[in-house]
Design a protein around this ligand. Structure first.
Ligand SMILES: [Zn+2]
Length: 53
């Protein structure tokens, strides 16, 4: 299951095994926050936890 990442620069969220060198959206080298859902409330792995975004 892919981890969900959020770009700290533009807020873009996407699924990937590991965060890329640069953001697919803003093309910046920025920090990526793991916003994956790990509880059933937000749908489980593969989904984004709305509390983290
Ligand atoms: Zn970005």
């Amino acid at each position: 299951m892919l981890t969900q990442w959020k770009c700290s620069h533009c807020g873009y969220t996407f699924g990937a095994e590991k965060p890329p060198e640069e953001c697919p959206s803003c093309k910046e080298k920025c920090a990526f926050m793991d916003v994956s859902c790990y509880t059933p409330e937000c749908g489980g792995p593969g989904n984004i936890d709305p509390r983290l975004t």
